[in-house]
Design a protein around this ligand. Structure first.
Ligand SMILES: [Zn+2]
Length: 273
């Protein structure tokens, strides 16, 4: 049986009984519910009436969510390029209707995740889509809980198709990755940032954290490293993994936010506290 952690939505190996604990939730970046570890399965979720909902985010980009939400409740981004479609940050549930819909948009090329909290049932998706590769950044290989021949490791960059590239940026996780989609935003370029860069409610700044739920910061040096790397990519719009967006001028927003983060963590504003 493939088990799914009810808190993070990540799948396990095929096991007769669920593991005692979820390693991803036991880590300092996540959390275990007060009532203790709980597991579910795709079958149990299906019987409970779970389904996949779809939103068109922009031309050639769709968002899939599980309803009711499974685990962290991310939005899977499905990006289409002429060669086919990439699924980024798979949710913790899959059904035939959703697979058929994705196939109607284009040839499935691969599934990938921004980081281990977003693995969901990525291997289940990859199998359902015709045994496409599950792309995992090498430094995060230790977090893959469903070891499968479809898993393919990459180190720093991986071109899924022309104009559609995974880049490892680190930070939140050592293997934290983003997708650069150069044809997005009417050709100005889109960055699918996962949890590397988190758009804030003020819509004019972003944040960078080692843990969002447990509020563990990153250093100014790491944030400047991430911003510097992302400045070399082609994008004007940025989405995270929950549907939050910086609709335009995202590079300038990123630069200002990284400088602010570095200044606060350096102590430049200690006199304001
Ligand atoms: Zn978990």
């Amino acid at each position: 049986m493939i088990w799914i952690c009810a808190t993070c939505g990540v799948e396990t190996d095929d096991l007769p009984q669920p593991p005692g604990e979820c390693d991803i939730c036991e880590d300092e970046r996540q959390w275990v519910p007060e009532q203790g570890q709980r597991w579910t399965t795709v079958e149990e979720l299906r019987e409970a009436g779970t389904r996949i909902t779809v939103d068109q985010v922009e031309a050639d980009l769709w968002g899939l969510r599980a309803d009711p939400a499974v685990g962290i409740g991310q939005q899977t981004m499905v990006v289409r390029v002429p060669e086919g479609v990439l699924l980024f940050d798979c949710v913790g549930y899959v059904d035939d209707a959703a697979v058929e819909l994705v196939r109607s948009w284009g040839t499935p090329l691969a599934v990938a995740a921004s980081h281990p909290h977003m693995y969901g049932v990525q291997t289940e998706w990859a199998r359902a889509l015709g045994d496409v590769p599950v792309l995992v950044a090498t430094p995060d290989a230790e977090w893959v809980r469903r070891r499968d021949p479809l898993v393919e490791l990459y180190d720093e960059h991986h071109a899924v198709a022309p104009g559609l590239t995974l880049h490892r940026v680190g930070g939140h996780f050592r293997g934290q990755a983003v997708v650069e989609w150069t044809a997005g935003a009417e050709g100005r370029g889109v960055l699918l940032a996962g949890d590397a860069v988190f758009p804030n409610p003020d819509r004019r700044s972003v944040s960078f954290m080692r843990s969002y739920p447990n509020r563990i910061p990153l250093s100014g040096n790491v944030v400047q490293r991430i911003a510097g790397q992302l400045e070399g990519l082609r994008f004007d719009r940025l989405y995270n993994n929950f549907g939050a967006v910086v609709p335009s001028d995202a590079k300038a927003v990123l630069r200002r936010s990284a400088d602010r983060h570095a200044a606060w963590t350096r102590g430049d504003f200690d006199h304001l506290t």
